[in-house]
Design a protein around this ligand. Sequence first.
Ligand code: FAD
Ligand code: NDP
Ligand code: EPU
Length: 294
Amino acid sequence: MTTLRGQWQFDEPLSRHTSWRVGGPARRLYRPADADDLVEFMRGLDPDEPLLWLGLGSNLLVDDAGFPGTVILTQGTLDILERRGNDRVYAEVGVASAKLARFAARHDLTGIEFLAGIPGTLGGALAMNAGAWGGETWSFVRRVWTLDRQGQVHERDAAEYEPAYREVRGPTGEWFLAAELELTPGDGAASLARIRELLDQRAATQPVGQPSCGSVFRNPPGDHAARLIDSLGLKGLRIGGAEVSSIHANFIINRGGATATDIARLIEQIQQTVERHTGIRLMPEVRRIAGEQA
Ligand SMILES: Cc1cc2nc3c(=O)[nH]c(=O)nc-3n(C[C@H](O)[C@H](O)[C@H](O)COP(=O)(O)OP(=O)(O)OC[C@H]3O[C@@H](n4cnc5c(N)ncnc54)[C@H](O)[C@@H]3O)c2cc1C
Ligand SMILES: NC(=O)C1=CN([C@@H]2O[C@H](COP(=O)(O)OP(=O)(O)OC[C@H]3O[C@@H](n4cnc5c(N)ncnc54)[C@H](OP(=O)(O)O)[C@@H]3O)[C@@H](O)[C@H]2O)C=CC1
Ligand SMILES: C=C(O[C@H]1[C@H](O)[C@@H](CO)O[C@H](OP(=O)(O)OP(=O)(O)OC[C@H]2O[C@@H](n3ccc(=O)[nH]c3=O)[C@H](O)[C@@H]2O)[C@@H]1NC(C)=O)C(=O)O
């Protein structure tokens, strides 16, 4: 029997762990001390316990009722980050995407500048195939290490996964522990300048200072959700504390005191209005949490 070294919290409000600042309590939240500790934790976990892996919570709509199970928090832990060889970076999933982008640039490795403005962890970026400005996370992944519910670690080749727009299909019942990325050796100063440029571009077009989950809807083929929502005059539409951003129409911001229900109702209202006027059913990009996630 091994003693766990991580930290427990009980009835922890998930509004403290999501960028929308909404979401009810998790029955239990566990922040592992490191990857070995997390392996031990999974080995001892009740097979029926609902489980949610959480990074920064920047793409999650957690219900007001909370999560009736265990949340594993990787942000602020699982933070090993190192260069390997000429063109590789190894990172555990708790590393912030922004930190990974700057680390690569400082080591004269280029290609992932786009990750600098995407809030969240590498784990969330892998699960969502996070992308911006033409770049996508999985274009750079060569290997991943995953963990299953029995506490078994698997080393997997990127070829075992099928990345698509804001999603990736692969072996089920496993979560990401770490990844190895292949980057292009180049000019680190130019890479840092590109990061600054992309952050400026983002600040000019997105409400980065206000609580949100980024784009609420996926872009439909050949169009942009934001353009459709904007063209119907929905900017500023508000339910409770949730409001369609007047800066970017595909962002819903928490104006203070929003509930998950406010946000969910606003999402539905936008979907219905857009569908009625254009025939296009917008599909959410954000993930709604009400039960077990795998
Ligand atoms: C202001 C703002 C701007 C944004 N801009 C962009 C953008 O340009 N492009 C973009 O793609 N996204 C964007 N997003 C959305 C979000 O930042 C990304 O999806 C991000 O990669 C999520 O990372 P996270 O750590 O917060 O994941 P979380 O929200 O914590 O989790 C997201 C999903 O990943 C799963 N997950 C987390 N860690 C793991 C793991 N280790 N193994 C398996 N599954 C895991 C969770 O269970 C959940 O289903 C933006 C969000 C905000 C608030
Ligand atoms: N957190 C959120 O809810 C939101 C975040 N954002 C934006 O998303 C991006 C990423 O956010 P988040 O995931 O929270 O990560 P952080 O902003 O916490 O950044 C993570 C790490 O990246 C490095 N870093 C970030 N910005 C800088 C900088 N200007 N100069 C030097 N190093 C930097 C730092 O690493 P080191 O430890 O090496 O210094 C930092 O610890 C930021 O641009 C942020 O403004 C936007 C909306 C919401
Ligand atoms: C923020 C996210 O990702 C973002 C990513 O940061 C940016 C930059 O690459 O490109 C996508 O936004 P986007 O398609 O809305 O890109 P933008 O360039 O801002 O806008 C697209 C088009 O919509 C129009 N537009 C935008 C905002 C608005 O309020 N009104 C409007 O009409 C713009 O004029 C432009 O013609 C990603 N969103 C999706 C759903 O793919 C996220 O996934 O959370």
